[in-house]
Design a protein. Structure first.
Length: 279
């Protein structure tokens, strides 16, 4: 099997297969890396929120649990990945938090109408096949005047750390899938005007996109695990021989060197804070 056949393009297949499994295995690493975004979203909701809150694309549950833990209000986390939802449920049960998890697609799931006062997402709203249909479905699940708070990546150019692995490994992994503008994926919401059009077409109002630049870090000892296990490169490496794997590993180590500061890897995550209201 080569790298081209190893990377699913269907989102459900991807996140219930190699990508979802990689996130489950790297839950501790990803939680540390994206911890600053939990604070941003919990603060955005604020203590005045009475709940319940819906967390879209919740993954293994870090943001969902942080909201339930800090605000003490009921939270529902939803994700298309069954492996990640299974882990999120285990984590919630260990802490006995008011968090409930659903393995489903937010674009098509039949939510109870007008239930949620807040809808949040940390990097989970860029993967819908039909964003207008998805945001319309979420709006039906929202109460009147409910607020949407979503964090999404800005452009590839604004986030060199996020694409370092792909750029460095491309000569060794020529079958890596290309990034397609506006296609479901990490950078689907890079264009703020497009995002505003999608939300407006879905019926949301008071739409705002504000640049959000957050410094993130991981231990340098985790860099090889991050670069060689996650994302398109991590998936592609599962389908290559040992020699190629070693070559890619050496190449990635050198490519990430500008981000290594002593025993810590640091980078700036260039994102949008997307807000809207169900008026």
């Amino acid at each position: 099997m080569n790298a081209a056949t190893a990377i699913p393009t269907d989102q459900r297949q991807l996140w219930n297969g190699p990508a979802g499994q990689a996130w489950v295995e790297s839950q501790d690493l990803l939680d540390r890396m994206f911890l600053p975004f939990e604070t941003v979203l919990v603060d955005a909701i604020g203590p005045a929120a009475g709940g319940p809150v819906l967390d879209i694309g919740c993954g293994t549950g870090a943001t969902t649990l942080a909201i339930a833990r800090r605000l003490g209000i009921p939270v529902v986390g939803l994700d298309i990945s069954e492996p990640m939802i299974a882990l999120a449920r285990e984590r919630s049960a260990r802490e006995n938090l008011p968090a409930h998890f659903i393995a489903a697609d937010g674009q098509t799931h039949e939510f109870e109408p007008a239930r949620f006062q807040r809808i949040v997402s940390r990097f989970g709203i860029m993967f819908f096949d039909d964003p207008v249909a998805a945001f319309a479905n979420l709006r039906r699940a929202a109460t009147r005047d409910a607020q949407l708070h979503g964090i999404a990546w800005r452009s590839v150019a604004d986030n060199p750390f996020m694409t370092t692995a792909e750029r460095a490994a491309a000569p060794l992994l020529p079958a890596l899938p290309p990034r397609v503008a506006d296609a479901p994926g990490q950078f689907a919401f890079a264009d703020p005007q497009r995002v505003e059009r999608l939300l407006h077409a879905a019926g949301w109002s008071a739409i705002s996109l504000t640049p959000l630049d957050v410094e993130c870090s991981i231990p340098a000892s985790d860099l090889e695990r991050y670069a060689g296990r996650l994302g398109p490169v991590g998936i592609a490496l599962q389908a290559v021989d040992e020699q190629t794997r070693r070559q890619v590993s050496d190449t990635l180590r050198a490519a990430f060197e500008p981000f290594v500061h002593g025993d810590t890897v640091r980078f700036v995550a260039a994102c949008w804070m997307i807000t809207a209201r169900n008026a």
